[in-house]
Design a protein around this ligand. Structure first.
Ligand SMILES: [Zn+2]
Ligand SMILES: [Zn+2]
Length: 103
């Protein structure tokens, strides 16, 4: 199963195309732009509480059979957070004090 490359930031809804260099994901593939992940979420995923890493870029060129962006396209289903902004702020405030490896 391949990583689901989601099309937008779940916080600000900015487009994050598959070749975006500023897309971050958690282990559940929740996806955010770097600005939201750092400034608003402070490395706390509002869905699961985990930290973020930079989303890898799937190759455009089919260097190996069947494994390019054309063969395994990005998701087109936009996702939005279901929590209120105040809830997210409180959650972030609480968890950002704990390093991801200790959460
Ligand atoms: Zn964003
Ligand atoms: Zn998450």
């Amino acid at each position: 199963m391949a990583l689901e490359l989601r099309p937008n930031c779940e916080y600000c809804d900015r487009d994050l195309p598959p070749d975006a260099v500023d897309a971050l994901i958690c282990t559940f593939e929740c996806t955010f732009c770097a600005r939201c992940a750092e400034e608003r979420l402070r490395n706390v995923c509002p869905n699961c509480g985990g930290g973020f890493q930079i989303r890898p870029i799937r190759p455009r060129t089919e260097w190996r059979a069947g494994l390019s962006l054309a063969q395994r396209p990005a998701s087109t289903r936009r996702i939005a957070l279901s929590y209120a902004r105040e809830d997210i702020a409180a959650f972030t405030e609480r968890l950002s004090r704990i390093p991801p490896a200790s959460r």
